[in-house]
Structures are given as C-alpha cells and as structure tokens.
Design a protein around this ligand. Structure first.
Ligand code: NAD
Ligand code: UD1
Length: 385
C-alpha cells in the first residue's frame, strides 16, 4: 500500500515474534512482496497449532500458498537462536518479540526487563556474529510519554515513560543508538507504532493473544459478541471533543506495509539509525471508535463511564510526515475498515486460532447473527470484497 515499494536486494528476512499479532500480519505482507521469511516465536502470547507450528502462520501459508519456515525458539535461549540463524543466509531482521502488557509489566518488572532486554541483546549478538547488521525494531509511541505538542513527531523528547513495558522499549532504543555510535556499520530503523487494530480482510487472520488483553478493540469485540455486558470507558472529562481519550488507531495491515517500506529503505541507504512514526495522523475518541464499530458491524456496544485509568494520557496522535517523505509510506485504511475487518475475523473465529467452538459461544453467535444479521461485509478468502 502507499507509494509502491521497489523490490529491494534483501531476500531473506528473519522475523522474531513472527507468530504474534503484528508479526503474523507483517509476515503475510512480506511473503506477498516476494521475501522469504524465517520466523521464530516462543508461544508466550500466541497459539501453538499442530506439530508445534504457529497457528497464525499456517493461515499465512493458506492465504499466500507459500511456505513459511518457522522455529519455536525463545530469544533467551541464545545457543538455539544462534543455531537457527546459522542455518540460513539472513539479510535483515525484524524484531517484534517482546512482552507488551503494561499492567503485567508493573507487577513483574524483572520478567519484562529480562525478556525484552536480554532477548534483544542475544539477538543483536547473534546478528553480529553472522555479520547481519540490518534491523527493524518494533518500538512504540508510548516512549514519548505525555505529549508536549500534537501531532507528535520524531523530534519530540522520549523517555518520560510511566510503565515498565514502555521503559523496556525506551531503553532498547537508547541501546541501539549507543550501538550505532560504537559500530556505525549497523543499519537500524526503529518503528514507533501508534495503536494497531483490525485484522487481515480475509477474516482468516487477526489478533489472538493467549495472555489477558487490555487494549480497547478486543474489549469492544467482546461486548459486541456478547461475552461482556458493556465496555467500560475510562474517563469522560478529558479536554477532547467528547471528553474521552484520543488515540491514533492504525490498521494492522497498514502497519505491516510500513515494515515492507522500511525494509526497502534499509536496503537502499545506510541510515545508521533512524526512527519513524507509523500512525495515521488522525486522533479518534473512544466514543467515536465505539460508534463507528456499531455502525459498520450493526451491533450494539453499551458503555459504562468510569473514572480515568491510572497512567492514561489524554490525547496522542502521530505526525507521520517523515515516514511519508522518506519511506514513501502512508496509512490508507479508514476507521470503518479497521472495525469491519476486526469484526469479520472475530465473527468467523470466535475462538481465534483455537478451532473448537464451545456450545456456549456457538449459541451466542447464532443469537447475534439472528438479531443483527451478518456483518455487511461478508468474508472472502484471498481477498477482494
Ligand atoms: P504479540 O504479543 O502478539 O507478539 C509478540 C510475539 O513475541 C508473541 O507471539 C510472543 O509469543 C513472542 N515473544 C515474546 N517474547 C519472546 C521471546 N523471548 N522469544 C521468542 N518469542 C517471544 O504483540 P504484538 O501486538 O504483535 O506486538 C509486536 C511488537 O510490537 C512488540 O514488540 C510490541 O511491544 C510492539 N508494539 C505493539 C503495540 C500494540 O499495541 N500491539 C504497540 C506498540 C508496539
Ligand atoms: C496502550 C499501552 C501502550 C501501547 C499502546 C499501543 C497502556 C497503559 N498503554 O496504550 O503502552 O504502546 O497501547 O497499542 O495500556 N479504553 C477504554 N476502555 C477500555 C480500554 C481502553 O476506555 O476497556 C480507552 C483508554 O483509556 C484509551 C483508549 O481506550 O483512551 C485506548 O486504550 P488502549 O487500547 O489500552 O491503548 P493505549 O492506552 O493508547
């Protein structure tokens, strides 16, 4: 999507956390762009399918008709990581693997620091041993902290982070800057994601975390499908158009195409290290998101107002001009498409990648279909609708 990306000289991409939400959608986009993918994951937050294969990546194979090489591997197991890396001639690495639950990170800080920091150091060392110095790193808008100005661009200060998870991302970005200063032959892009939502439009792939989730879209989905009675909205007294928090929601497939664009940039130029925002540039309130979801899915999402969530910020949305100018990338999909695609995935896969329907869920689904009709956008495989 965006300005067409010329196929770069990279051929084989090593993707950590490749079976996770953003990882699996990016693997799909990479395969469709002609790359060979070697993916690793330890299944901490994604579904292990049959014979130790990643359920999400099996769907990528089904959609693309291409084989994905996958290994179950924990980045903390450096010998195994090194062994896998050596088996292939790898041109570039995309590093998604991390633990990302903000609340959990406050309760288990050592686990988060160990997993995210040591995992990254192991990866960087193995890359260096194999003379692979091209890296895309999954960073987050959370490292900006409370914005001084909006929209927020890459020049905004970073580091004023209020949670452990966010601090691991900030520390890694700082570590990468230090590495680049000491060893300028590295070529690194940090991609600072805003709020990824949605699913692949086939309805065959989406978000299916195995840990408890806290982000808003899966909550809205749970209410719409009848698993929860209402959405709790955290705060309606912010200085925003309707009093609820503003975020920059970005379709996961736009995010995925951002990685393909960033990789083309790495292949074409030696940047040493550079950060890019990946967002739409549009701020959306919680209520606007809920109303849009209701409209396109023809469901009801009752809300209950609660006080502000601790640590939440009022408004955050991106200035993504730099990514447009230098990567030739812009997010293209609308809020409606994000909701529509999320719902198509949810309704077709009420248990995510876990195939079996409980009688309970099946009955609720049947009731939803009866009272609201099917989603206006019927599922299609491989594509166009
Ligand atoms: P995810 O949990 O779906 O994917 C991460 C994957 O990494 C999971 O499949 C998990 O099993 C794997 N993993 C974790 N630790 C590992 C380890 N030590 N070894 C091997 N595999 C490991 O999360 P996601 O939403 O796809 O996020 C991908 C990346 O993007 C993460 O780094 C996350 O911090 C970052 N990010 C996500 C968001 C978001 O809202 N989803 C926003 C900003 C940044
Ligand atoms: C979260 C993470 C952040 C991560 C970002 C991007 C926290 C504190 N931060 O931020 O580290 O980088 O996602 O994915 O979790 N909301 C409700 N009700 C709910 C859930 C959310 O009203 O049940 C509201 C929130 O107050 C916020 C908006 O919805 O205004 C989005 O929340 P969420 O999806 O959790 O993302 P962020 O808070 O932006």
């Amino acid at each position: 999507m965006g300005i067409p990306v010329k196929m770069p000289p990279f051929k084989t991409v090593f993707v950590t956390g490749g079976a996770g939400y953003i990882g699996s959608h990016t693997v799909l986009e990479l395969v469709e762009a002609g790359y060979e993918v070697i993916a690793v994951d330890n299944f901490t937050n994604c579904v292990c399918g049959t014979e130790g294969q990643a359920a999400s990546l099996k769907r990528v194979e089904e959609i693309t008709g291409k084989k994905i090489t996958f290994y179950q591997c924990d980045l903390l197991d450096k010998p195994r990581l090194a062994e896998i890396f050596k088996k292939h001639k790898i041109d570039c690495v995309i590093h998604f693997a991390a633990m990302k639950a903000v609340g959990e990170s406050m309760i288990l800080p050592l686990l988060y620091y160990k997993n995210n920091l040591i995992g990254t150091i192991n990866l960087l060392e193995v890359m260096k041993e194999n003379n692979c110095l091209q890296l895309l790193f999954s960073s987050s808008c959370t490292i900006y902290g409370n914005p001084d100005h909006l929209p927020i661009n890459e020049k905004h200060s970073i580091g004023n982070v209020t949670n452990v998870y966010g601090r691991t991302k900030y520390i890694i970005e700082e570590m990468l800057v230090d590495l680049s200063k000491a060893e300028p032959e590295w070529n690194i892009i940090s991609l600072r994601y805003f709020n990824p939502v949605g699913a692949h439009h086939s309805g065959r792939m989406g978000e299916d975390p195995t840990k408890a989730f806290t982000n808003i879209m899966p909550y809205i989905g749970s209410v719409a499908i009848g698993r929860k009675p209402y959405l709790t909205v955290f705060g309606d007294d912010y200085n925003t158009p309707d009093g609820t928090g503003v975020r920059d929601y970005i379709h996961v497939m736009d995010l995925a195409s951002g990685h393909v664009a960033a990789m083309a940039k790495l292949a074409a130029s030696h940047l040493k290290i550079k950060a890019y925002n990946l967002g739409t540039g549009r701020g959306v309130t919680v209520l606007e998101l809920v109303r849009t979801f209701e409209k396109v899915t023809k469901t009801k999402v009752p809300v209950q107002m609660l006080p502000r969530r601790e640590g939440d910020i009022e408004s955050m949305f991106a200035d993504a001009t730099l990514a447009c100018e230098e990567l030739g990338w812009t997010a293209e999909r609308s809020l409606e498409t994000m909701c529509e695609d999320y719902w198509r995935w949810q309704i077709a896969n009420p248990n995510g990648y876990r195939e079996t329907d409980t009688a309970d869920v099946a009955a609720k689904l049947a009731a939803i279909k009866e009272s609201h009709g099917e989603c206006s956008c019927q599922s299609t495989v491989n594509g166009v609708h």
